[in-house]
Design a protein around this ligand. Structure first.
Ligand SMILES: Cc1cc2nc3c(=O)[nH]c(=O)nc-3n(C[C@H](O)[C@H](O)[C@H](O)COP(=O)(O)O)c2cc1C
Length: 221
């Protein structure tokens, strides 16, 4: 039974494309599921290659079983869609999907989203989010950025998307790669207005506190 004051679960679409940083995408889906949300997940073929190169996770390219990447108790709320399945729920504005996150977002997917290509389910789902006026958060990972990249980022932002680059900060004094990953995932969840367990809020540092961290962990205000 849900806790009395628990926030309502949301239906969130997540797209993994072939940018570096699949660790962000994996952690995002994990935290969404752990927080009780329903996740509709789709991945491009390039994302599956990145999954292999960066995380050592090998999935069948033709029938990727992405649910196997997550703990069994989380899988009931996870719906994995083939990226060619343009009839799947995220392709429709009436599927009740509240928001979409493309994480990581390759420059190729970024370009196609910025120009409404809708050539696969991920791109169609992003296009639907824009046309329905629902949050579309893209998490690009590329450096340096060409003028083409910058123009596409601006075009997508002007169309209503939130551009949230995979740029972890260092002011929270990360101790591990996981801390860096969680920093970016927390930013995404904040932008979606979803409560999460990665909360670390900045508070005004004491004038003499050179060594103590001004971060504190705790409940959202
Ligand atoms: C290990 C690896 C890392 C990559 N990193 C990036 C990246 O950070 N940004 C990017 O735009 N493309 C990156 N690529 C290239 C994209 O995967 C490639 O352009 C692909 O065609 C994108 O396809 P998609 O947009 O359909 O996912 C990477 C590829 C591999 C294999």
């Amino acid at each position: 039974m849900a806790e009395p004051n628990a926030p309502a679960p949301a239906r969130i679409a997540v797209g993994w494309s072939g940018g570096s940083g699949i660790a962000y995408g994996l952690r995002l889906v994990e935290v969404l599921l752990q927080s009780g949300h329903e996740v509709h997940l789709m991945a491009t073929p390039a994302a599956l290659r990145v999954l292999r190169h960066e995380a050592g996770l090998v999935v069948d390219q033709d029938r990727p079983d992405l649910s196997a990447l997550f703990a069994s108790e989380l899988r009931a709320r996870l719906f994995v869609h083939g990226n060619a399945a343009v009839e799947a729920a995220p392709a429709s504005g009436s599927a009740g999907i509240r928001a979409m996150v493309v994480c990581p977002c390759s420059m190729g997917t970024l370009a196609r989203l910025a120009h409404g290509f809708s050539s696969n389910l991920l791109e169609r789902a992003g296009d639907v989010a824009l046309k329905e006026g629902r949050p579309l958060v893209v998490v690009p990972r590329e450096t340096p950025l060409s003028v083409v990249h910058l123009q596409n980022l601006l075009a997508l932002a002007r169309a209503g998307a939130v551009v949230l680059p995979a740029m972890p900060g260092f002011y929270h004094r990360p101790q591990s790669v996981q801390d860096l990953v969680d920093f970016v995932v927390a930013k995404i969840l904040d932008r979606l207005g979803l409560q999460h367990p990665l909360i670390r809020r900045w508070q005004t540092p004491a004038p003499s506190a050179d060594t103590t961290s001004p971060w504190h962990e705790g409940e959202e205000p």
